[in-house]
Ligand binder design. Structure first.
Ligand SMILES: [Zn+2]
Length: 387
């Protein structure tokens, strides 16, 4: 049995075709807001149920509960604020005039109506307190803290509906939780492990995927890279997906692995991000979740195993598969870890992303101990990193 969605019910706030046409014809008469790219990603994910049980952007009570104790007001664990914070002067003025229950059109950068918000509350954010609680730092060098501090100071809460899907770079591989659950069922999978990633796969990633696929309690692996807005210096979304497609088609049995993209802004919040990303995958039907070393970390803000420990503090109804450091060992002749290899450091090859980037920069060959040649070929193309 696949796990039930978080909170028990998969949220569906996507408008039907006739309803969509009707609401689109009203757009000229509605107040209009222009959410940021990140907020539009969140809008779509709320509407398709990826963020179940959320039905809209958080109000002050929900936010306070999440910031203060890592739970929604009904006690369900939830670790990430999901906020709508108007930022242009025009949008802030529009937001300032909204009355309770009023419908607001949410437009994308091309002025197309993407969603509707039923306005509930306007409130001021304590951004320093949010940064400290969620990201564990107020350092503006942290990418999400920088976003938070640069964003609006006033948040707008209310339930949302999706009028039309976003135009995404990775639309072909983007699937909603309903579609993914159906695909799992079609494949006869009842126990699925989710693999969170935001980088092209190297041999240590592959090793964790393989040892997970060897578990007798796992029917299949759901590889679900976050390819929404990443940060400068990260790989481009299409590169990450092409690299995974190269690995999957060359090495894995096709009936044991499913690849889909997750277009949301990456939260580099270490433990709280790991918990959030696991809750999202539970909504997609995954009962097991792979947590590597320093998952969703950035810089040195989080202890490498904090993302493991948070699953002891919060039971989200998902089995965390906690893995530590792995490496290629020349003496063992393959991937190994301190649990399986007795050899000294000089026999071990670290398979870090830093090392791969260094080799790419220097134009030196990428050794097969750290990356598959099929994946290396994808990475040796032009401009693979975000500026
Ligand atoms: Zn060894």
């Amino acid at each position: 049995m696949l796990p039930p969605p978080h909170g028990g019910r998969l949220i569906d706030r996507v408008l039907s075709e006739p309803e969509r046409t009707r609401r689109e014809s009203e757009v000229a008469s509605l107040p209009r807001l222009h959410p940021s790219e990140d907020e539009l990603f969140d809008l779509e994910k709320i509407a398709v149920g990826a963020y179940s049980p959320l039905t809209g952007f958080m109000d002050s009570r929900e936010l306070e509960s999440v910031v203060g104790r890592g739970r929604l007001p009904n006690d369900l664990p939830w670790s990430m604020p999901i906020l709508l914070t108007p930022r242009s002067r025009e949008d802030r003025e529009t937001a300032g005039r909204l009355g309770a229950g009023e419908s607001v059109a949410l437009l994308d950068g091309a002025e197309r109506m993407v969603g509707l918000l039923s306005f509930r509350e306007r409130f001021t954010l304590d951004r320093t307190r949010i940064a400290r609680s969620i990201f564990g730092t107020v350092d503006p060098a942290h990418p999400n803290v920088a976003d938070l501090l640069a964003g609006g100071e006033t948040a707008i809460a209310g339930t949302v509906e999706l009028v039309r899907p976003l135009q995404l770079a990775a639309r072909d591989l983007e699937m909603g939780p309903r579609e993914v659950r159906e695909e799992f069922a079609r494949r006869g999978w009842s126990s699925v492990a989710a693999y969170q990633c935001r980088n092209p796969p190297h041999t240590a990633h592959e090793y964790l995927q393989r040892i997970t696929l060897e578990r007798p309690d796992v029917d299949g692996l759901f590889v679900h890279p976050v390819v929404g807005r990443l940060k400068s210096g990260d790989y481009r979304p299409e590169v990450i997906l092409a690299a995974y497609q190269a690995l999957l088609s060359a090495y894995y049995p096709p009936d044991r692995v499913l690849l889909a993209s997750l277009s949301i802004a990456m939260r580099y919040a270490g433990p709280k991000a790991a918990l959030f990303l696991a809750i999202v995958r539970k909504n997609f039907g995954c009962g097991l979740y792979i947590v590597g070393r320093d998952q969703a970390g950035v810089g040195a803000y989080y202890p490498p195993f904090a993302a493991h420990a948070i699953f002891d503090e919060f039971d989200i109804g998902v089995v965390p598969l906690r893995y530590g450091e792995t490496f290629h060992c020349r003496r063992c002749g393959g991937m190994a870890s301190p649990k399986t290899c007795a050899h000294p450091a000089e026999d071990r090859v670290a398979t870090s992303q830093t090392r791969i980037r260094q080799a790419l920069r220097d134009g030196s060959p990428l050794p097969p101990e750290i990356i598959r040649p099929e994946v290396a070929r994808v990475l040796s193309g032009p401009s693979v990193l975000l500026p």
